[in-house]
Design a protein. Structure first.
Length: 212
């Protein structure tokens, strides 16, 4: 189907900015036609459609459902609840507000669904997202909490003048067992023979919070 309500676009700028129109129509249809209720394990990932349109779509659907729910009697809960449970979105092409603080405001509108936003860049395509959007100034002592894949899945530092440093900290339960991965670099707490059954007890793995 065309990605716009007026047919196939004439220019690439239309093609690049119009996909959210089509995906909103698809999600609206899936929710109101009861597809997710019929297939409760179904998950949908919207790729390369941005994500800033999600909260307004949920607001509009919820308001319309309250007025017209008699048309869709099989839909017994708010459309936003269905979307929050079944739909995931990727960031690319990301909506880039002129003021960076507005981007944080946008994320707040997602509520718990913020965990359904997946990182995408469209790299190495020329029209991919600018990585500077997710960069910000830090000073010694700042702590940035991130998913492990942010560092372990990141590309190499290609800058000839800027260094990149990161410290990765993992928090585990006090009963976690440690098994050395074959080929893993040697660390201080590898000095003892760990066979996967011992509880980690080493100064390099300190107890941070004690159990109440």
């Amino acid at each position: 189907m065309p990605i716009t309500a007026v047919g196939w676009p004439s220019y690439y700028i239309e093609d690049h900015t119009s996909p959210p129109q089509a995906v909103q129509a698809n999600i609206t249809s899936l929710v109101l036609e009861g597809v997710f209720d019929r297939f409760p394990d179904l998950k949908l990932i919207s790729v390369e459609n941005g994500f800033g349109w999600v909260p307004p779509l949920m607001w509009r659907l919820d308001a319309a459902w309250k007025l017209l729910r008699s048309e869709v009697p099989n839909l017994e809960r708010l459309p936003s609840e269905v979307i929050s449970e079944h739909v995931y979105v990727t960031t690319q092409p990301v909506e880039e507000p002129p003021r960076p603080q507005d981007f944080l405001s946008l994320l707040e509108h997602f509520g718990d669904m913020v965990d359904h936003i997946l990182l995408a860049s469209d790299y190495p395509h020329w029209d991919g997202d600018n990585p500077d959007l997710v960069l910000f100034n830090t000073v010694p002592g700042d702590v940035v909490v991130h998913h492990a894949g942010t560092i372990h899945g990141a590309g190499a530092n290609r800058s000839a003048t800027m260094r990149r440093r990161a410290v990765s900290v993992r928090y585990c339960g006090d009963g976690v067992r440690y098994r050395i991965r074959p080929g893993a670099p040697t660390k201080p707490h590898h000095s003892s023979e760990l066979d996967g059954t011992e509880v980690v007890d080493h100064p390099a793995c300190p107890l941070v919070w004690s159990r109440p």
